[in-house]
Design a protein around this ligand. Structure first.
Ligand code: SF4
Length: 237
């Protein structure tokens, strides 16, 4: 089996519930989607990066693991595109007794369930309709998969949190409908966080908008947080 990796590097986690932790990022090549605010566009083509055998990729991970690394992130692109390879690499990382972390848009619950046994932390990213992730006629299918992934993750007792990127074009009403679907699918006690992440440098939302999205989440989950991507403020990758 082969895997295409775009890059591998150590940095500080800049998103979500574990921000600030020293993390080895394994960025896989390839994502078939087109979010207008994507900040990893160079890694989207399937022929970006470099191809490795799984053994070579695991060796690369081993050679790049620095001391005191809190976790290893499988990111992209979208790592689910190469789900079998991610499972193999995550299995390897677990032999090193280091937690594994998956960041994905969860567009395919079958691929997600292949990777699930080998990851400890899961960020489920729900895309909002205006992200241009998919065209409107495919949005309900995407949502169905994201909700299935969320349910699978919490049922398998993984540390699971939700992230939603908010930009100046995000509409509140569809977001409220999304919240209703999320919190009828799972109990709030099953998630480890709900992160509202404002876009940075493109279609940035105002404070007023962010507060309205926070207010929408609060009745369902009063531990919601609005957190920008911290790594961008310190010039980290
Ligand atoms: S899913 Fe992620 S990697 Fe793919 S286009 Fe959207 S933001 Fe970029």
């Amino acid at each position: 089996m082969k895997v295409r990796l775009f890059e591998i590097f150590t940095s500080l986690e800049g998103e979500g519930i574990l921000y600030g932790t020293k993390t080895l990022f394994v960025r896989l090549a390839g994502c078939p989607f087109k979010c207008f605010y994507c900040d990893t566009k160079d890694s989207l083509p399937m022929d970006s990066g470099k191809e490795y055998t799984i053994d070579e990729a695991c060796k690369l991970i081993e050679n790049n693991l620095e001391k005191n690394t809190y976790k290893v992130n499988f990111t992209g692109g979208d790592p689910l595109v190469q789900s079998e390879a991610v499972s193999e690499m995550a299995k390897f990382v677990k032999t090193k007794k280091i937690p594994t972390y998956l960041e994905s848009s969860c567009y395919d619950s079958k691929k997600f369930s292949q990777v699930l046994p080998y990851v400890d932390y899961i960020k489920i990213e729900f895309k909002t309709p205006e992200s241009k992730f998919v065209d409107p006629k495919h949005y309900s299918k995407l949502l169905e998969n994201e909700l299935q992934c969320l349910t699978l993750a919490v049922n398998s007792k993984k540390v699971t949190y939700i992230k939603v990127v908010i930009n100046s074009k995000t509409q509140l009403e569809p977001f409220k409908k999304l919240l209703e679907k999320i919190f009828t699918s799972i109990s709030k006690s099953k998630i480890a966080g709900f992160i509202i992440q404002p876009t940075y440098g493109i279609a940035e939302p105002s404070l007023k908008q962010l507060l309205s999205f926070y207010d929408a989440v609060y009745p369902y989950y009063n531990e919601a947080r609005v957190i920008p991507q911290l790594h961008k403020f310190i010039g980290a990758p």
